[in-house]
Design a protein around this ligand. Structure first.
Ligand code: HXC
Ligand code: NAP
Length: 309
């Protein structure tokens, strides 16, 4: 068994209706596909109906479960309400909301127009609260239990230069998650979040590492486990959190990044660049011993250190 395989038992989401925003591409598509494999009724939404329709067809063909594609700009509350109406008309109810849609790009902040800042914040934060509010109101009115999962990032709590609108918005989504986990628990509604590290998708890679930046800044280099994420391992975590197996998990944000953000945070973590020979030389100098061996280890170590990326 490995992380590239599905984790939950067959039928674990049978009978559940799940709305995935931004479900036509990337991670939303991968998580939705796995929910569908587990028997869920899937609704995927985003702005591009052609993309959604094709994705819905492919997922449904693969899994045999129904997938409903619905065009909806998350920034428009009336379109969000329409998704709820159409979903209930098709499947009778909504059980789970996955806030996954996002917009992002890199830029020095002072080069952004206020409209550019608005665009990202509106998709990420307004989009997430639009859906959360509309679906939440519906659940409360119908006395129907609910489950909200939101995809944030690790810089929701560290912040990050060059993606400041996204960092502000994701921090807001995390705060909403923790707030509503408490406020709406009395209605049987849970709220959790996942903070993924780098998972290759066209949407993220093209916008965050355009052109030659992908060669210069290989995201795997920043990850202690030495690789980027596999979509199935994120889908496994998401499926657990939207399922009833996680009924006692509420208000949590789970990081899935191979230790990436902690590596950036730990004061001395860059010392993993130090070659073994240099550690040998330091140990020899501390413990005493052959000066020649120590010098040899030192120069070898320094040479390797110089050529490390
Ligand atoms: C600076 C930019 C820009 C850029 C757009 N703008 N791209 N400014 N740098 N690269 C500015 C425009 O000039 C305009 O401002 C304003 O933003 C709105 O631009 P539009 O193109 O009209 O917006 P829209 O069509 O709504 O498209 C939204 C978008 C686009 C965010 C700009 O990239 C998009 O559709 N993204 C969706 C998918 C996505 O971003 N996926 C990546 C998620 S990855 P002016 O002033 O000119 O009017 C992610 C990973 C996080 O979140 C963590 C990774 C580890
Ligand atoms: P992606 O494929 O670009 O997904 C973003 C989705 O959001 C697209 O399907 C897009 O579809 C949709 N979207 C954008 N604006 C929208 C709007 N106004 N209304 C409705 N839908 C909209 O990128 P991804 O990498 O899979 O990202 C998915 C989620 O993971 C995001 O929340 C992202 O922040 C998060 N994340 C990703 C990574 C990573 O390494 N990939 C890391 C951390 C967090 P349309 O263009 O059709 O609208």
């Amino acid at each position: 068994m490995t992380y590239t395989q599905g984790m939950l038992k067959e039928g674990a989401l049978k009978g559940k209706t799940i709305v995935v925003t931004g479900g036509g591409t990337g991670l939303g598509r991968s998580m939705g596909t796995y929910f569908s494999e587990l028997g869920a009724n899937l609704v995927i939404t985003s702005r591009k109906l052609d993309v959604l329709t094709e994705t819905a067809r492919e997922i449904s063909e693969k899994t045999g479960s129904p997938v409903l594609p619905l065009a909806c700009d998350v920034r428009e509350y009336d379109q969000v309400e329409q998704v709820i109406k159409d979903t209930k008309a098709q499947f009778g109810k909504i059980d789970i909301l996955l806030n996954n849609a996002a917009g992002n790009f890199i830029s020095p902040t002072e080069r952004l127009s206020h409209r550019a800042f608005d665009t990202v914040v509106d998709i990420v934060l307004k989009g997430s609260y639009n859906f959360t509010l509309a679906v939440g109101k519906d659940w409360i009115e119908e006395k129907h239990p609910g489950n909200i999962l939101s995809i944030v990032t690790t810089y929701a709590w560290t912040g990050s230069g060059y993606v400041v609108p996204s960092a502000c918005a994701k921090a807001g989504v995390l705060s909403m998650t923790r707030s509503l986990a408490v406020e709406w628990a009395k209605y049987g509604i849970r709220a959790n979040a996942i903070a993924p590290g780098p998972f290759p998708t066209k949407g993220a890679w093209d916008r965050l590492l355009p052109g030659d930046l992908q060669k210069k800044f290989d995201p795997a280099n920043k990850v202690p486990v030495g690789r980027v994420g596999d979509h199935q391992e994120l889908a496994n975590l998401a499926a657990y959190l939207v399922s009833d197996f996680s009924a006692y998990v509420n208000g949590e944000v789970i990081t899935i990044d191979g230790g990436e953000w902690l590596k950036g945070a730990g004061e001395m973590n860059q010392l993993d660049q130090v070659p073994e020979e240099l550690w040998d030389a330091m140990e020899m100098s501390r413990k005493g011993g052959s000066k020649l061996k120590m010098m040899f280890a030192y120069f070898n170590g320094m040479r390797k250190l110089k050529f490390r990326k």
